[in-house]
Design a protein around this ligand. Sequence first.
Ligand code: MOS
Length: 731
Amino acid sequence: MYVGQGVDRIDGKAKITGGAKYAAEFDLPGTAHAVLVQSTISAGKITGFDLVLAEAMPGILAIITTDNAEKLGNLKAAPQKVTYPLLQDSNIKFNGQHIAVVVADTFERATAAAAAVRVNYRATRAVNTMDQAISQSVTPKEFSNGRAKPDSQVGDAAPLLPAGTLRVEQTYTTPIEHHNPMEPHATIANWSGGQLTVWTATQGISGAQKALSSLFGLEPKSVTVICPYVGGGFGSKGNTWPPAVLAAMAARRVNRPVKLVVTREQMFTSNGYRPRTVQRVKLAASPDGKLLSVRHDVKTQTSMPEVGEFAEPSALITRMLYEAPSIGTSHRLVQVNHGLPTYMRGPGESSGAFAIESAMDEMAAALKMDPIAFRLKNYAENDPTARLPFASKALRECYAQGATAFGWEKRNPIPRSMRDGHLLVGMGMATSSYPTNRMPASASIRLTADGSALVRSGTQDIGTGTYTTLAQVAADELGLPLRKVRTQLGDSRLPSAPVSGGSMTSASVVPAVQAAAQGMKSQLFALAINHGGPQWRGISPETLALSESAVIGPTDRLSIAQIFARAKIAQLNATAGAHPDSDAQKYSKHAFGAQFAEVRVDPDLGIVRVSRWVGAFDCGRILNAKTARSQLIGGIIYGMGMALFEETRVDPNSGRITNANISDYLVAVNADVPDIETIVVDSVDPISNPLGTKGIGELPMVGAAPAIANAVYHATGIRVRDLPIRIENLL
Ligand code: MOS
């Protein structure tokens, strides 16, 4: 069995030797280069362009502006969110909005001319930050892709609470954060005979195909999207954003291939962000630690309605995390002159967990109860809001195994009581959870006479290991050595598969590969029975097996090569689809985890260092122990960034982002990260999908930030409710 083993990535060598080609690295003869021009005001109207200087510069092929851009199909009809500023009108809704594209024969010439484009504006009054309009909130129109309502209430919304009830009522905030994947967004677009081909960095080639075909008025099959490798997305590459569309528009205009690479600075205004959240949490508990009521009210930032709407669903996690007789949540939006927010790793859950898991720690402290004991006392055996059983839940095991590995029993519960020399030591924990998602997907397998298989699916490997895990599954199903199995993906001409978002690629695509393998098996068995000779005739296929590149019968074996030779065929093909089981709707499907952080805080300097980490996770069956661990530690590190470093700053006067680069926007780097111990508790989800996986991409980020904030409180006695935790909070 290859499934479960920590086999090396089959694409690992290509990735570290430069053999793996990313979107910007494809070489088409005659490629021109496009550079974006962006608005320098946050609200108003363009009154005119002065292109005299730019047009006179050498090598300029076209300057496409809001005055002369081609009209696109109905933006709202695009089946995937494509945001507003596609040069379709001259209104400005945020600073950094794309207003022109300069195309030239070289990147340098396009860059120089883009800087020479002069723009006249009539500025109007803007709402540049959420806090400028926090009192004017609206209810989300579209929430959580229609899967949930913005508000929820279980039990009495205002229960009568007995005397002696303990209360925690606090506001927690998380800032705007940007994904900052290593690979920037990039697209090469090429038109040929009315057909569009794009090489683009995306988490969803099928969504990009739908969006581009609808915008340019084409049949989906007239658009080919190619994306063999993605250098990180974290949600920023889930939608099809304007630069990909503008690259295609530019290529049509200049009638040659066009490459558009978004600069690092433009990455802050071109492809979404996690919106700021202001979260009010109210907990009430009896003196013995039973939660009596839970309220979580979220205000979060969105863009102006013309640009689009996105709601960070931060309170979804509160609906299912703990049992209480009264659980209420709400989400409201504050419209700001800023670009469209989007999914960012653990969208909703990671920001929401900071609020609810900080509040739970505050309540445990008020109760003088151990934080784990308090959580166990309110453990949800069933989903308390959906009122459904969990498809599987091994959170108790996560708490227990995590606590043991971490040495939680050594924690002196009194804040500021543990020291290492002059450093304050703090130990904190938090719960993690993320939904188990799945969507329809399809895959095909081709088997050739030499016993090698090619697995194909129109999914993509966003760095999580899809190339490898699909090959492992096919090798096991077909009884082939792993080295004989190749995977091809990242091409929209392949059998379609969903976006690689919501931690659902394995849960969706693996069942399709299994189904295709089943189809392949049946064909091989039929051929063996028909062509194997007298001792195979009349054998029931159920008695046959595939192993070591051969069909194994009761008395005999036939290698794949022998079967192909006798049947006089060169290859066999099988294609299959797989879709979620409707019975799964009767369950609440989630992965879980327990995060344990140890910090050391310098009491004089306020510097926080994470010194130890244990994360224990219930994430279902593991396909590849090595790539799974990589995802787990990657998520935890992302959470360290959320807790201690990451924040996008906006100038309240201009709406301009003041730290739009990766030297001023800080992320956790190697020196910030200690050894991380990850534990995967024994759990296979029997409901969510046939393989029993639960998804790993987002889960390990959730709960990481509050574990650190809780550890900082334990170290210092200071409760920081606004992320990121700064030096000045602790002095
Ligand atoms: Mo994930 S934020 O759905 O890529």
